[in-house]
Design a protein around this ligand. Structure first.
Ligand code: ZN
Length: 188
């Protein structure tokens, strides 16, 4: 039996350093607020707003450190709120990402950066070996109690510094009555 801790990823943004500078000011440094489960990653104090036409979502948390490419991760509910069609993608793949406007205190940018993150498992090399999983593998995870949901199409992501966790977005977590901190059952 393979069990996995469940974490809920709320909407957030990863910024490139050039985009961080455009939004917050030249040579800006993010202010770490709280470490998150994946090694070296943190929720920053900084927040931005997302705009499409006359639709707007405030309080989008910046997750640091900066990355090569700016990426916004939203739920399908939030995509609808913005009136946007946003593709499902594995985090890091913004090739098909939807264009929107990001607004910070010092400026704004238009970027093809919005995705709905495909639900995924983070596994270290050791985890992958132990459970006989490989990067890109698709598995199923059973989650929840009274509102139990069987999540199919969960992609396994393997990287040396990853920490063993299932990441669901807020729509997925709400559907299964999950808050994060619960445990799921991986079915290969
Ligand atoms: Zn993740």
């Amino acid at each position: 039996m393979i069990t996995i801790p469940i974490e809920v990823s709320a909407r957030h943004i990863h910024l490139s350093q050039p985009d961080l500078d455009l939004l917050f000011g030249f040579d800006y440094k993010l202010k770490p607020l709280k470490n998150i489960s994946q090694t070296g990653q943190y929720a920053a104090e900084e927040k931005v707003a997302l705009v499409n036409g006359n639709q707007k979502i405030d309080n989008i948390r910046v997750v640091g450190p900066t990355r090569p490419e700016t990426q916004v991760e939203l739920s399908l509910t939030e995509a609808r709120r913005l009136g946007l069609e946003i593709p499902l993608a594995v985090s890091g793949n913004v090739a098909q990402a939807t264009k929107l406007t990001v607004i910070g205190p010092q400026g704004q940018i238009d970027r093809h950066c919005a995705i709905i993150a495909q639900r995924h498992i983070h596994a270290s090399l050791e985890d992958a070996k132990k459970y006989q999983l490989h990067d890109g593998q698709i598995v199923t995870v059973e989650c929840g109690n009274q509102r139990a949901v069987v999540f199919r199409q969960v992609v396994v992501r393997v990287r040396a510094d990853f920490v063993w966790n299932l990441h669901l977005d807020t729509d997925e977590a709400n559907a299964a009555g999950l808050q994060g901190g619960e445990t799921g059952l991986v079915i290969i």
